[in-house]
Design a protein around this ligand. Structure first.
Ligand SMILES: NC(=O)C1=CN([C@@H]2O[C@H](COP(=O)(O)OP(=O)(O)OC[C@H]3O[C@@H](n4cnc5c(N)ncnc54)[C@H](OP(=O)(O)O)[C@@H]3O)[C@@H](O)[C@H]2O)C=CC1
Length: 419
């Protein structure tokens, strides 16, 4: 049965019939779309991640999103978590309704350019209706998110109040608002966008960084990995060239410098209902994926130090590459939390039991079931790190009998069109 009251059954049938066309031509359509739109509207380059344009990640992701939308046009509920993720990211970039007009125009034109006469007036009409149905839904959700932002509805100037090296590659930036007004709280796990002018591109770029500390009224902390562009461990790397913003932050931004920052957003978070109860929590991260989970652990240990079961599991390539090492060690002395560390490459100086517990990548089979709190069917699992890491850990938890709704993670990007 169709659950799409905004379109006629004929239009829905037409969209479904275009699914194979999108499978074949989707990437070409979105590549042409971005090229034409950014040529006509160069001011939009600040909104889109330029390296992801160059390496084709963004056109592939959009093609995957269009494919998913067409495939589920009669079951829009299946898309709700993807739409929520995208709307949060859009809100953190201050996307406005006028942007949807530009995107709609160039997307439909790109379909025409690539498909030629195969794009009949009937198909074009169905896609125009489908586009605006989704756009209106997203504009509405983004409006709600802006309304919940207590008047903070545009980029806000922040100064770097402190810059602290946390590991070989990760440095924390303490960001304080220039206007000195108290900051809104956020849910641990959420991110902010940080925008800065990139001299090499001659325009600004924005990136999302998870907030890595518990909410504080006077600063937000982000902890940024210097992206060298080498990421051979990940078969579908998010980064394939040196990161413009992460390298600028590490190399040229210092205490006292100004950046533009968005209100916190994001739908991967530990809800207040969990911080205030004693639900057992297992946090599992790899690499810089520990940042949102560090916000969660700091919030949990500051709010409910009592009887909660909390296990922080983290994998890093080396112990020198492990951020917040002393902090987590201190927390596990003063609070009833367990901490388990995996290291891929232990050095001669590393001591097992102190610097690491297990050699290799995070492997839940090396831990006892009781240390994963598997006996409690309320336990929640929060995972963050490279995409393949997250899906592997998810499979491992499911194989141990954990229900899908107790496993939380955030998969950015759609991975393109399935083959
Ligand atoms: N959603 C969010 O809020 C955030 C997400 N992230 C995500 O985290 C990822 C970046 O992590 P980064 O530090 O660059 O990762 P790295 O590639 O540097 O790897 C870090 C650690 O993860 C291990 N690892 C890599 N791939 C896997 C895998 N498939 N299975 C198990 N372990 C693995 C590595 O093992 P080895 O040494 O063997 O390679 C290493 O120990 C990005 O994908 C980023 O998007 C980061 C911060 C916030």
């Amino acid at each position: 049965m169709s659950s799409n009251p905004g379109m006629t059954s004929d239009q829905i049938a037409v969209i479904k019939a275009t699914v194979p066309v999108l499978a074949q031509h989707g990437n070409t359509i979105t590549t042409v779309f971005y090229r034409n739109m950014l040529e006509a509207h160069p001011e939009l380059n600040t909104i889109f991640n330029t390296p992801n344009q160059v390496n084709g990640h963004q056109p592939r992701a959009l093609a995957g999103a269009l494919y998913a939308y067409a495939s589920h046009i009669d079951d829009l509920g299946a898309l709700s978590s993807a739409v929520e993720l995208i709307c949060n990211k859009h809100a953190s970039l201050y996307i406005q309704p006028d942007h949807y007009k530009i995107v709609g125009k160039y997307l439909l034109e790109a379909m025409g350019e690539v498909l030629g006469a195969a794009l009949t007036p009937e198909i074009l009409d169905a896609w125009a209706t489908a586009y605006w149905q989704l756009a209106d839904l997203m504009i509405g959700r983004e409006k709600q998110l802006y309304e919940q932002s207590e008047g903070w509805t545009d980029w806000r100037d922040f100064k770097i109040a402190n810059k602290v090296k946390e590991s070989e590659e990760i440095t924390s930036f303490y960001l304080a608002p220039v206007d000195g007004k108290p900051l809104p709280t956020f849910q641990p796990g959420q991110y902010i966008s940080v925008q800065a002018y990139v001299p090499a591109l001659h325009y600004a770029q924005a990136r999302q960084y998870s907030l890595s500390d518990q909410p504080k009224p006077d600063y937000y902390r982000i902890s940024v990995k210097k992206e060298s562009g080498i990421n051979s461990a990940d078969p579908a790397p998010a980064v394939t060239q040196p990161g413009y913003i992460s390298n600028l932050l590490h190399d040229t931004f210092n205490i006292g410098d100004t950046l533009q920052v968005s209100h916190p957003y994001g739908d991967f978070f530990l809800p207040t209902s969990k911080t205030e109860t004693s639900t057992p929590i297992v946090l599992i991260s790899a690499g810089v994926g520990l940042t949102p989970l560090t916000s969660m652990v700091n919030t949990l240990t500051s709010q409910a130090p009592g009887n909660r079961k909390l296990h922080f599991i983290h994998g890093a390539r080396t112990s020198a590459g492990r951020a917040f090492k002393d902090h987590i060690d201190q927390l596990s002395i003063s609070s009833p939390i367990q901490a388990t560390f995996f290291t891929s490459i232990p050095t001669e100086d590393d001591k097992q039991g102190t610097d690491y517990h297990h050699v290799g990548r995070v492997d839940l089979n090396k831990l006892d079931d009781k240390d994963l709190f598997l006996d409690d069917n309320q336990t929640e699992y929060y995972i963050c790190g490279p995409e393949r890491f997250m899906t592997d850990i998810e499979s491992s938890l499911k194989a141990k009998g954990v229900a899908a709704d107790r496993i939380k993670m955030e998969l950015f990007g759609t991975g393109g069109i399935p083959h």
